[in-house]
Design a protein around this ligand. Structure first.
Ligand code: F6P
Length: 538
């Protein structure tokens, strides 16, 4: 494979050599040699305690990673992003999701124009609407208040809303129902609506482009489902609102632009949950708490922008990811929230990280000769412990873990929270330090079994500890990962803000749809694809 500037750079080569050294070291030894290790490799900022001392690093490693960040011009790229430069070069767009959560007096420029007045206009419109719905003042066609909110969207127009609702439902009114329809599978629609009364249901059709097949199909089905009861087309206006950047398509669908909440092309789909895509979240938690969530995002945006590299949490997160992926050959990253409300957080992060950094061509159009996009996956603890953690502890692969926990529970049922957090802390400890053969034998285990009970340890993890799962803290957590993805993309010299890889499948599906629906259509794919189509037709 062609060499690239990145892998030929002196710092990359030094990191390579450093990784050989670290592979021969161990977390046990690193902790023994440096009693201050946790002080050296933890940060406390914005109410977040970030402990990365159980990563396979030493001071030299961190020094080299910071040098790599400087060499790859992470700061310059970050400044260009905040300045509204069109860093999404393949789509010629600015990347300014940070403007969505900035205070009204901030300034974010796109093509020389400050976008903040528009951002806050939309926020005010969302606030007025959300509060009307919450107060029972927004009435359906038969005069009943709205009780059910159904968000129809997919990808960034679904994962943010559903994750935020699940994360924050403790703060939502218990007499309202929130549902999320994304899949083109009709079962998703059928199950989400089967117990709802159209008279009390509001659909939010959320789509940046307003052309996405899944969302448009589900929205048309929703319209039919609604009109079966409401009968009168004029009732649609009270039960359908749109969230989009595409006014023309929204109008074509029959939604009054009055009932449309806009956003802008400088907001990527997977970075859009603080745009009007967050309308369902605002209805669920109210505009005040929604404002607190925005504040959480903003605090991390500012931290990322201003904190020196050595104290910059998202920067360190991004660099650790590079280290694990490119130098320790750990190609996946487990996200393990010890809070059941965060059960959709790993799924949300999958789109954020993998749609962003799943690229094999650099900004200069060169094919990379290094791994990019880490595979993110996960489940809440403690459930995961009784399922896949076995492989993390004793399998042959290195799987760095992010543990996320809160000191206070939203449901302080004794003794659950103590047990939950004890488990989280124990997992990090077990992964790092394991249990040696001598220790196992010392416990009186017979020799034939002892090998099986050995935990090699030396398995890296980071722990995020926050006070409580509040809207503000949720905002902070998401922004940390957003910016860490940016750092990874900058080091890899790729564009984290386009998603061209999703197109080919969409185009081919459009070709196959009529082939499935009309049995007489000629098919000329490969033999495997033809056979699948034939099978379905039968
Ligand atoms: O196909 C991928 C994608 O474009 C995502 O990037 C996006 O979040 C999702 O589809 C939904 O797009 P839209 O909001 O335009 O319906």
């Amino acid at each position: 494979m062609k060499k690239t500037k990145l892998t030929e750079s002196a710092v990359w080569k030094k990191l390579d050599r450093q990784s050989q050294k670290i592979k021969e070291d161990s977390l046990r030894a690193l902790f023994e040699r440096n009693p201050d290790r946790v002080k050296d490799f933890s940060l406390q900022s914005q109410g977040i305690y970030f402990d990365y001392s159980k990563q396979l690093i030493d001071k030299e490693t961190m020094g080299l990673l910071l040098e790599l960040a400087r060499e790859q011009k992470v700061k310059e790229r970050m400044d260009a992003m905040f300045a509204g430069k069109k860093i999404n070069s393949t789509e010629n767009r600015a990347v300014l999701h940070m403007a969505l959560r900035a205070p009204a007096n901030a300034e974010y420029l796109v093509d020389g124009k400050n976008v903040m007045p528009e951002v806050h206009q939309v926020l005010s419109k969302m606030t007025a609407f959300a509060e009307k719905v919450r107060n029972g003042q927004w009435l359906g066609y038969s005069g009943k208040p709205i009780k059910n909110i159904v968000n129809i969207g997919i990808g960034g127009s679904d994962l943010g809303p559903v994750m935020a609702y699940e994360a924050l439902k403790h703060y939502a009114p218990s007499d309202m129902v929130f549902r999320f329809i994304s899949n083109i599978d009709g079962s998703d629609f059928a199950e989400a609506t089967k117990d709802l009364d159209p008279e009390e249901t509001l659909f939010i059709v959320a789509s940046k482009t307003f052309t996405t097949l899944e969302t448009m199909t589900n929205a048309q089905t929703a319209r039919k489902w609604f009109l079966e009861k409401a009968r009168n087309e004029s009732s649609v206006a009270k039960h359908f609102v749109a969230v989009s950047t595409n006014t023309a398509e929204v109008q074509k669908f029959g939604i009054d632009p009055e009932n449309m909440f806009g956003f802008w092309d400088w907001v990527g789909g997977r970075y859009s949950m603080t745009s009007s895509i967050g309308l369902s979240t605002m209805i669920a938690i109210g505009s005040e708490l929604y404002g607190e969530m925005l504040k959480g995002f903003h605090l991390i945006d500012e931290h990322f922008r201003n904190a020196p590299f050595e104290q910059n949490i998202p920067l360190i997160m991004g660099l650790l990811n590079i280290w694990n992926n490119n130098f320790l050959d750990a190609h996946t990253q487990a996200i393990l929230p010890y809070d059941n409300y965060l059960k959709r957080f790993p799924a949300y992060l999958q789109q954020l990280t993998m749609e962003s950094n799943g690229k094999h061509v650099t900004l200069d159009g060169e094919t990379v000769n290094y791994q990019t996009g880490t595979i993110y996956w996960g489940e809440p603890g403690t459930n995961g412990q009784h399922s896949f953690y076995q492989l993390i502890h004793q399998g042959t692969r290195l799987i760095p873990c992010d543990f996320i926990g809160f000191k206070q529970s939203l449901n302080p049922l004794k003794p659950h929270h103590d047990y939950l957090i004890a488990n989280m802390i124990a997992q990090g400890e077990a992964l790092a330090f394991g249990k040696t053969l001598e220790e196992v034998i010392g416990e009186g285990i017979e020799e034939s079994l002892a090998q099986h009970k050995v935990f090699e340890g030396n398995r890296p993890s980071s722990t995020f500890f926050l006070e409580k799962l509040t809207p503000e803290n949720l905002g902070k957590l998401i922004a940390l990962y957003e910016h860490s993805v940016f750092v990874q993309g900058a080091v890899w010299n790729i564009n984290p803000f386009d998603q061209m890889g999703v197109e080919l499948g969409k185009v081919l599906a459009q070709k196959i749809i009529p082939e499935l629906m009309n049995k007489s259509t000629q098919i000329n794919h490969d033999a495997s694809t033809n056979a699948l189509i034939e099978l379905f037709r039968q």
